[in-house]
Write a protein that binds this ligand. Sequence first.
Ligand SMILES: [Zn+2]
Length: 88
Amino acid sequence: MTKYCSSCGKPIYENTVICPNCGCVVAGAGDPLEDKPSIGLRILSFLFPIVGLVLFCVFLGSEPTSAKSYGLWGLVGCIAGCCAIMII
Ligand SMILES: [Zn+2]
């Protein structure tokens, strides 16, 4: 499977980040701007740690930064939940 460089139009491998022909960063290949954890999903991970765990597994491949954030919030939510149970 090949795709084409958005800058020079030459065929490049799908997982290529920097075009070997023109040296430009290929659009869409691990774009860091798209790897932003959603606040709503982080709150959801906090309230329901199991959701955080699922989101962590789902996003780990495509958005590792977001995945770690959801996993962390899930963990914090889990610890907070355990503390609340012990206090009550
Ligand atoms: Zn190129």
